[in-house]
Design a protein around this ligand. Structure first.
Ligand code: F6R
Length: 608
């Protein structure tokens, strides 16, 4: 959601800000804008346009090379439609102050009423504009933008990242954050503020984490961070471990396709160092947690939730601990019973998903121990968890999550094996066997990707279908849910995942002649193999066109069979999901959709 960039330094700010916004495009947006300080104490140059960044760029009549500080924004509309006027930045009535915002200001109506009484004129329908007016009033008191920001933040309810610039102190960019992401990029004589590090990755790899309710003031020479009372804070510094190339398409037509093909490496990188030479599973991240665990609760949203549903089977079978998986957005508004013996695992690629963050805080308040599985170093969810296990998927740019999912599943497998080892619920020889299968996964995913062309051709043949159903049992059921989610978000088609056993309890009524049904088959040795084969017969008898995903142990008589390598049943989703991703990708391409930025979606859902 909303991308935010601020720059101050000796270089032309516009090009730095636009480059940052381009790199943040993946977050999803519907309008964009910039504000530049070109001349001390003069009105700022402000340009904003509905639609893609190209619209904004073509509306600019100059490169404004004299502006060496500026802020830029890509907006994902919440309050007020995606119009030029509602796009950020929002400016004070004298035009000297501009603000950009990610999040929601919950008390904006009362603030606006009050500001209008004080003579401020509003031009947009946004919640953000009140902040611009409030800040300009506060700034007038002592000409200190950081002090003004601290004072304003105390008056705001809701969640926000805010950046502000004022032409009276044009070298300063001031930011603040509460429940929304903001990082500092520390350059050489230039500094950046941004929603995430990809905005400045080609200029610096040095970053600073900002905490809750902190205000940051950057100039070309320095960074100063305070709490809302003005107390100095030393932010945590970290080095970004990937480079700009990792966040570029590198010859692929879409980021999503590139990320699908990066999955073998993402799995290997996430497993690196997990299996010691002595055969021991290494999981330092949870060594500091108490292993006196009588229940695990996994909380996440969307695809990350599916990772949890898949991981549950292995965690229970290997570690013999009951596992529940719940949507973070549901959990946060319940009054569940947790104890210090409950381990709550939150899963999040971005580490900033608002519902997952709020669910984590709720779980902590209820006394649980918390572990996060996350792909983004320094993000809020891992910072607030008792332990963190980082996945190493690298930057995931396409809105639809692919490589992050597979790494989240293997991370859960590592946790399951570690707990089984420590609690001795699996024998050493069983652990060795599973370990070998886990380590073989990258090559098996590679094998699928090498033979994916016929699947791509076949997918195009289903381009005009109106609905696709996905069927699975056991771990194949959450894999089916994921297949359906990918197809919905990318191809804008009706798609649903069902547990095979539920078919006759309703969903079978949806089958018509020609309905594509994608069935995920377990290995033939599984006790559910024959049940799935019966489900296939049932849908075939009603005219469905079945596409089966199966390993070579299962004989099938259906129009399309996609073969995947053999693996343990519990690990199979790491293979069966790959063709489902390719199916959704190819369908989106065939239907002419924006694969990397599907309509209405945002990469990191930082509002409720
Ligand atoms: C689907 C997708 C979303 C995310 C969800 C959680 O392809 O990308 O469903 O999985 O928004 O995001 P994170 O993992 O960042 O918490």
């Amino acid at each position: 959601m909303c991308g935010i960039v601020g720059y101050t330094g000796p270089n032309p700010a516009l090009s730095r800000v636009i480059e940052g916004l381009r790199r943040l495009e993946y977050r999803g947006y519907d309008s964009a804008g910039v504000a530049l300080a070109t001349e001390k104490s003069a009105p700022l140059v402000v340009a904003k346009k509905a639609g893609k960044l190209n619209n904004l760029e073509s509306s600019l009549t100059s490169t404004y090379d004299n502006a060496t500080s500026g802020i830029g924004h890509t907006r994902w509309a919440t309050h007020g439609g995606p119009t030029d006027t509602n796009a950020h930045p929002h400016i004070s009535n004298d035009g000297k102050l501009a603000v950009i915002h990610n999040g929601i200001i919950e008390n904006y109506v009362e603030l606006k009423e009050d500001l209008e009484k004080r003579g401020h004129t509003f031009t947009s329908e946004t919640d953000t504009e009140s902040v611009a007016h409030l800040l300009s009033d506060e700034f007038r008191k002592n000409q200190d933008l950081a002090a003004a920001m601290r004072s304003v933040c105390k008056q705001l309810r809701g969640s926000f990242t805010l950046l502000a610039i004022h032409s009276d102190s044009p070298e300063h960019i001031v930011g603040a954050r509460r429940n929304s992401p903001l990082v500092v990029g520390v350059g050489d004589g230039e500094n950046f503020l941004a929603s995430d590090v990809s905005a400045f990755i080609s200029h610096t790899k040095k970053a600073l984490e900002l905490g809750q309710d902190q205000v940051v003031d950057v100039t070309p020479q320095g960074v100063s961070v305070t709490d809302l009372e003005g107390g100095a804070i030393t932010p945590k510094a970290y080095e970004i471990t990937w480079d700009a190339k990792a966040a570029e398409r590198g010859g692929f037509t879409h980021f999503m396709l590139k990320e699908i093909f990066e999955q073998p490496k993402a799995i290997s990188d996430t497993l690196l160092g997990r299996f010691g030479a002595d055969g021991k599973i290494e999981c330092k991240e949870i060594e500091n947690l108490s292993l006196d665990i009588d229940r695990i609760l996994i909380l996440a949203c969307g695809t990350a939730y599916h990772a949890g549903l898949i991981g549950k089977y292995a965690l229970e079978e290997w570690a013999k601990i009951p596992v529940d998986v719940e949507l973070a957005s549901e959990f946060r508004y319940r009054k569940p019973v947790l104890s210090k013996n409950t381990l709550v695992i939150t899963i999040s690629q971005s580490g900033e998903t608002m519902d997952t963050l709020m669910a984590l805080r709720h779980a902590k308040e209820l006394g649980a121990q918390t572990l996060s599985i996350c792909n983004t170093i320094g993000s809020t969810i891992p910072r607030e968890s008792d332990g963190v296990l980082y996945t190493h998927a690298g930057p995931e740019i396409a809105v639809a999550s692919t490589k992050a999912l597979l790494t989240q599943i293997v991370a859960l497998h590592v946790v399951g094996l570690y707990l089984a080892q420590e609690k001795k619920t699996l024998s050493a020889s069983d652990i060795v066997l599973i370990r070998e299968e886990v380590l073989a996964l990258p090559n098996k995913v590679e094998e699928i990707l090498e033979t994916v062309e016929p699947l791509r051709t076949m997918t195009r043949g289903f381009k005009d279908s109106t609905s696709v159903l996905f069927l699975g049992r056991h771990v194949g059921y959450p894999a089916a849910l994921e297949g359906a989610l990918k197809l919905k978000e990318l191809a804008y088609m009706h798609a649903e995942g069902f547990a095979g056993g539920e078919l006759k309890h309703g969903p079978i009524a949806l089958i018509e002649a020609g309905t594509p049904v994608i069935a995920i088959l377990p290995p033939a040795t599984s006790e559910i193999s024959e049940k799935m084969l019966s489900n296939i017969q049932e849908v075939k008898a009603r005219g469905a066109k079945v596409i089966a995903i199966a390993d070579s142990t299962t004989k099938l008589d259906v129009p399309h069979v996609i073969r995947i390598p053999q693996s343990l049943e519990l690990l199979q989703p790491l293979l069966s999901i790959v063709p489902l991703q390719v199916f959704a990708y190819e369908m989106a391409v065939a239907r002419g959709n924006d694969v990397d930025q599907p309509r209405n979606l945002a990469k990191s859902v930082t509002v409720e």
